[in-house]
Design a protein around this ligand. Sequence first.
Ligand code: GLA
Length: 392
Amino acid sequence: MKYPEQVVEQFILQFGRAPEMLLVAPGRINLIGEHTDYTGGFVLPAAIDKAIYFAAARVETQTVACLAENLHEFFLADLISIQKHPLPWANFVLGVYDQLFQAGHVVGGIQMVMGGDIPVGSGLSSSAALESGVLHVLNALYQLNIPTLELVKMAQRCENTFIGLQCGIMDMFAAQMGQKNCAIQLDCRSLAYEYIPFESEKYTLLLCDSGVKHALADSEYNTRRNECEESLEKLQTRFPHLGSLRDLDAETLALAQDLLAEPLNRRCKHVVSENQRVLEASAALKSGDFVRFGQLLFQSHHSLQHDYAVSCPELDLLVATAQSLPGVLGARMMGGGFGGCSINLVEKTAFSTVEADLQAAYHEVYGKIPHCFGVSIESGVHSIPLNDTQTT
Ligand code: GLA
């Protein structure tokens, strides 16, 4: 049975009635533009075919009753005074309510079943999908009429305040604004965006999940953010026109070597070069130059590994192996780093051999076979008509 039917059927079993709505919220990939969103830079993400599905209905009490069917976990919570919940995923639902209440919206209770196939901890932003999905469910059921861009910002605030992760806006933007077969070139400062078609007869994307998430991922993420802020403050003493690291260019950085002790200089070097690569990568896609696009992916990894220092030996092995294989145009670590997936641009005809070679190389060093899979680029959050499922 497919997920949409599964969550509807579970909803009927759990709550003894049909849901009022069904909605899908996708995970995301990022083609290029890593660790640039929180300094107002450029990113190039896309929503994918791995997603969370939600079946939901309103209730008359101020309560949330929610089943995560993959996890076989259920929680019931009071909305009168929202408290942190011991189940980690429940906090994404409660955090969304918290945001809506803070913004003054009148929202009632809900019964909900959710389930899907975004692997957790692989850097495909299952949390952004969850927050985004719940926001859109409540927006629709309670006719809040909040525009999508505002929902994107609310999802980020939920993560920053209720969950306590200082992430940027990229993941929520991709989950909510994605468009089929298009990457989104997003300016994270102005939120101006452009859809860039990502379609090819010849090439496809292969993700390889290292299966690790090193414990320092979250703390190093915050450290990098702080390093960026510290660099900006130092740079502003000489270049007061800099509003954020996004305004920095290579020439100005070269004139500021004495201001920035290592590792700050290398951190800035990554941000400047990565922003430039996003623009070049978009141009390459527009002109159908996948070879150039692939080279930029390798360069991005090199910069993330050496200048920004957010990779790890497992990801470096996957990317170095990919670089040695015929049929691979480009590869890099994807997302926050310190584990998760590598993203590879490969010739369709080479997919199986690349997969087998990556798995063999990884197995030889780490004794485990990493999961490799293809992804397609899909639309962002949207509802699915209930009569599209067989069970209703
Ligand atoms: C995580 C964050 C994003 C972004 C990436 C790195 O996925 O949630 O906001 O900063 O890391 O590009």
